[in-house]
Design a protein around this ligand. Structure first.
Ligand SMILES: [Zn+2]
Length: 51
């Protein structure tokens, strides 16, 4: 399954998200602080292929 890393714009911690959500227009929920935001609002995105 393809994944990407999103960095939360609030707490600046990175976590893994399913690739299917990258362009789905749905909010991600940060597992560290509970912040909800769209993938495009990420402080950083690392979408290199990862197992
Ligand atoms: Zn966060």
């Amino acid at each position: 399954m393809r994944l990407f890393w999103s960095t939360c714009p609030k707490c600046l911690k990175a976590f893994v998200v399913e690739w299917a959500l990258r362009h789905a227009g749905r909010q991600l929920i940060c597992p560290y602080c509970g912040n909800r935001y769209l993938p495009d609002e990420s402080a950083a995105i690392d979408d290199r292929y990862a197992e």
